[in-house]
Write a protein that binds this ligand. Structure first.
Ligand SMILES: CC(=O)Nc1cc[nH]c(=O)n1
Length: 105
C-alpha cells in the first residue's frame, strides 16, 4: 500500500517555504526517514493545515556544532538565529539531519 508522506513546519516558516527562501529543514533522527526524490505533503504544526508539497532532495547527518552560515542562508536566517531556533526545538540534541527540499509548484 502506498502511504503519502507528511511533514509539519511551524506556521512562522510557511511564507519562506512558499516563496523559496527556505530550502532546508534541520530535524532530529525521528524525522530523518524521508527518501530522496519522494514527494511529501506539508502541514502547519499548529493546526495541521496543508499548505504545500515538497520533493526531498537529500537527507544528510550533521552535528549542531557543524551548522554554518550556508545552512543559515538556506534557512533564510543568520547563523545565530538558526542556532537559537534549533536549540529551542531540540534543546539537547547533537545528532541532527539536514533535509534539503524543493517546492513543487
Ligand atoms: C514542527 C517542526 O519541528 N518544525 C521545524 C523544525 C526544525 N526546522 C524547521 O524548519 N521546522
Amino acid at each position: 500500500m502506498f502511504v503519502r508522506s507528511q511533514i509539519t513546519f511551524f506556521q512562522r516558516f510557511e511564507q519562506d517555504i512558499l516563496n523559496g527562501s527556505k530550502t532546508i529543514t534541520i530535524r532530529d533522527r525521528s524525522e530523518s526517514h524521508y527518501q530522496p526524490q519522494s514527494i511529501v505533503d506539508v502541514f502547519t504544526n499548529e493546526t495541521q493545515r496543508w499548505f504545500a508539497q515538497i520533493r526531498i532532495l537529500s537527507v544528510t547527518p550533521i552535528t549542531f556544532a557543524q551548522l554554518n552560515s550556508q545552512h543559515a542562508a538556506q534557512e533564510n536566517m543568520t547563523l545565530a538565529q538558526l542556532q537559537t531556533v534549533i536549540r529551542e526545538i531540540y534543546p539537547n540534541e547533537t545528532a541532527l539531519f539536514v533535509i534539503q527540499y524543493e517546492l513543487i509548484k
